[in-house]
Write a protein that binds this ligand. Structure first.
Ligand SMILES: [Zn+2]
Ligand SMILES: [Zn+2]
Length: 354
């Protein structure tokens, strides 16, 4: 375990936000105090990795046939819907679908990921409720299950305990892992993950307890909006949300597959996760995966490389300005630069802002 010292800035007014740029702290609002803190920058733990890879893994493990059939059927419907959807004619529904992609995606990238999994900032109750609503609209799994799986992924990346171990190939790490029983190491190491903060969050415990019911309500509401607001047919209202679900699922899965197999590694050459422009684009700014695995508690993406386009960070800034988000954690510029020089690719510094 490698521990680096980073500088973070605790805001003594909930409505404040800071930026670290060019070795300077840019104060957006007022009354900023700062304190030094220690942050774990690389929590990867090595465990036994003598396991089979790629398709042979499927042959030796129990397939969850129900999940496999559901995924296949969903994709057949999605392909049909994608080809036949009258995009121009139903442009209002297409725009609404686009909005819902960002709305649901925000629940995953900002809510389940940056807030609940990494605690990279603090959020007041209204924002936590909004994040939970956005997350439920993504129709994935309950928040606590998502967080546990993600924390295991970070701690045991590219080992048998990684739920979507990229060593087993693209298909497994993308969506194949959902069709198989979990590796015993995943189950074993999952139990070691500290979830006390999640169990203490009443928003999570409530949404987890009533997850299926809440999911149905959110699904019905999101489908009903185009029907009652601009007389969309039920068929295209449902199909648009269905296409949104498939898009969001694949963009999330790309982080586990594409961003762990291909891309640039400016911050840490020795890990599989990479900064990938394609993933950055389809996830609206989550593609700096080499940066993220190197500085997991950072609430944002870097200001260098491909990090500029990041919808989630911009929305976090907005919520910080209205006081709903605070204590934004940011890796200091000097720490990032030191890490690049010691473990990454110093060439990025020549074209960087730092
Ligand atoms: Zn993460
Ligand atoms: Zn990852």
């Amino acid at each position: 375990m490698l521990i680096d010292t980073a500088v973070s800035f605790r805001l003594n007014n909930d409505s404040e936000i800071y930026e670290a740029n060019n070795n300077q702290i840019k104060k957006i609002n007022k009354n900023i105090t700062c304190e030094k803190m220690k942050t774990v920058s690389n929590e990867t733990e090595t465990i036994v990795t003598n396991d089979i890879s790629t398709w042979s893994y499927f042959l030796k493990n129990d397939i969850k046939w129900k999940n496999a059939v559901i995924l296949v059927v969903l994709h057949i419907i999605a392909i049909y819907g994608f080809i036949t959807f009258p995009y121009i004619e139903r442009y209002k529904t297409v725009l609404y679908m686009q909005f819902m992609i960002i709305f649901s995606g925000f629940g995953v990238t900002c809510g389940a990921h940056r807030f609940w999994s990494h605690r990279s900032f603090s959020a007041k109750l209204p924002l936590r409720i909004l994040l939970a609503t956005c997350f439920i609209s993504a129709s994935q799994v309950p928040v606590s299950a998502w967080v546990r799986e993600h924390r295991v992924h970070h701690k045991f990346s590219e080992t048998n305990a990684d739920p979507h171990d990229s060593r087993r190939g693209f298909f497994f790490s993308h969506c194949g892992w959902l069709m198989l029983d979990k590796h015993p190491a995943v189950l074993q190491k999952s139990k070691t993950i500290n979830m006390s903060d999640i169990e203490a969050d009443p928003v999570v415990t409530f949404t987890d307890r009533y997850f299926k019911f809440l999911k149905l309500i959110v699904m019905f509401t999101t489908v009903a909006i185009p029907v009652y607001c601009w007389n969309e047919s039920w068929y295209y209202a449902v199909m648009s949300q269905f296409l949104k679900f498939i898009y969001n699922s694949h963009s999330t899965w790309c982080l586990n597959s594409v961003a762990h197999m291909w891309g640039y590694k400016p911050y840490n050459r020795s890990i599989a996760s990479a900064d990938n422009s394609f993933v950055h684009l389809v996830t609206y700014g989550e593609g700096c995966h080499n940066y993220h695995h190197t500085f997991p508690s950072d609430y944002s993406t870097p200001e260098i490389g491909i990090g500029g386009f990041d919808v989630t960070t911009k929305l976090i800034h907005f919520f910080a300005k209205i006081g709903w988000a605070y204590n934004l954690k940011k890796s200091s510029t000097s720490l990032v630069e030191r890490t690049i020089r010691s473990r990454g690719d110093a060439n990025i510094l020549s074209s960087a802002l730092i």
